[in-house]
Design a protein around this ligand. Sequence first.
Ligand SMILES: C[S@@+](CC[C@H](N)C(=O)[O-])C[C@H]1O[C@@H](n2cnc3c(N)ncnc32)[C@H](O)[C@@H]1O
Length: 234
Amino acid sequence: MIVCNMNFHIITLFPEMFEGVFERSLIKRAREKGIININLIQLRDFAIDRHGTVDDKPYGGGVGMLLIAKPIFDAVRSVYPSAGNPSEKSTNKRVILLSPRGEKLSQEKVKKLSKLSEIILICGRYEGVDDRVHSLCDEEISIGDYVLSGGEIPAMVLVDSVSRLIKGVLIKEEALKTESFTNGVIEFPQYTRPENFEGMKVPEILLSGDHKKIEDWKKEQARKLTKDKRPDLL
Ligand SMILES: C[S@@+](CC[C@H](N)C(=O)[O-])C[C@H]1O[C@@H](n2cnc3c(N)ncnc32)[C@H](O)[C@@H]1O
């Protein structure tokens, strides 16, 4: 029997943005098998009036609009009624606001998130969210030091990177053992056919059939490549 290992709830004004990404390849298969569940929540369903209002001008002036706190609180509480209540904090559920000021997403963080059973993601838009939304969140996560137009792409990045660590999602889970950032290094170089492409040959050792030597070569190449491309990891 397959058990659902992760429930993602994504609160967004643009649920249709997720269709292409979550209806292909690994994520599609994991959803079909019931290993992960993705629940897209339209923030406008929690608007403050019948005109569908979810944003307003910032106090003190400023350019642009902010997402109002109440629709976000109501949307989060529709799936997690005790959210924001410290005395009823769940250890396996997490409310996360995607935000440029959050902790930068890393493979280590992705691994920790993959151990949870429920993740509620809030996608900001426009100038962001009313600051009181932070009281509802367990944490804020950024995907890098640049500003995107909304939290949807960061949410896709988080769901994809977390999902592939969940048991049953990858067909060949041993691939995770040597993947970049897993052992503090980036992955070794890899080649496929042909053996000679425009004069560039596949390293002979990979054609030797000597598994011990090939494993040693891969480790050595991973170290070398890391030193060259990402010395900050060493
Ligand atoms: C245009 S941004 C708001 C930027 C905000 N005014 C600022 O200067 O920090 C709108 C929304 O996109 C999302 N966002 C933008 N950049 C992001 C990043 N690097 N990581 C995660 N979320 C991001 C957040 O949800 C944010 O509320």
